[in-house]
Design a protein. Structure first.
Length: 230
């Protein structure tokens, strides 16, 4: 016969495991979806990624956020199906490289590391040295080269183009930031306040408790918006 201790362990197992699974499911459901539609050589996108969006990883905000990056932006598709990138062919290349990074390294911290490095170089007018990011981040260059050269990168960008085109309302500029599928428009720099407002779970992260956190509505008629228009 099973001992009293064995019976107790069995009961605990059957009670606690489903409870933990349920709790994890609830936590996942409570997370706020944050999406960034951008292009690699828009200076305002680069600044947002390097100096603002990184806070998702630098603070406990990441515990309540599902962050997704979509590198296509204001690129257009010509009648012959070639791409016309707003900031030239380098941007087409780097959009694809960053799409490959997202695919190859599904872990947010990993692909964000490479993307942030590239965007930091762009802010320094050194984006042509983007391959140096593999050495500085310690990431393997080979899977990105394979993705870029074997056509996967092209297919990823084509899918991002289709997704961006179907945005409702349509994006007017980049960076175009969505919180739970709602565009923040010109208020994108207040994304943390919007995330904290959208989060309905218990135990708000410390990043949501700062006194300076507030939403400052920016008019669509702002004469100096920090965006790259279509």
């Amino acid at each position: 016969m099973a001992s009293h201790n064995q019976i107790s362990r069995i009961i605990i197992t059957f009670v606690l495991i489903p409870l933990l699974i349920f709790q994890c499911h609830v936590c996942s459901q409570d997370k706020v979806n944050l999406s960034l539609y951008y292009e690699s050589l828009c200076p305002y996108c680069a600044d947002f990624i390097v100096n603002q969006l990184v806070k998702v990883l630098q603070t406990d905000l990441g515990s309540i956020v599902n962050l997704r990056l979509v590198p296509w932006g204001n690129t257009q598709i010509a009648p012959n199906t070639s791409w016309i990138c707003q900031h030239g062919t380098d941007e087409c290349q780097l959009n694809t490289v960053e799409a490959c990074a997202i695919k190859v390294w599904s872990n947010l911290e990993t692909h964000f590391k490479l993307i942030s490095c590239i965007e930091q170089l762009h802010l320094q007018n050194k984006h042509s040295s983007w391959q140096s990011c593999f050495a500085s981040t310690g990431l393997n260059q080979n899977p990105i080269e394979n993705c870029y050269n074997n056509g996967l990168g092209y297919r990823l960008e084509t899918a991002y183009a289709d997704e961006t085109t179907k945005l409702k309302p349509a994006h007017r500029f980049v960076p175009w930031v969505l919180v739970n599928n709602q565009p923040l428009q010109e208020d994108y720099q207040d994304f943390i306040a919007y995330i904290c407002k959208a989060y309905k779970g218990r135990n708000k992260p410390q990043a949501c408790k700062t006194k300076s956190l507030e939403i400052n509505k920016i008019s669509a008629q702002d004469t100096n918006p920090r965006v790259c228009f279509r």
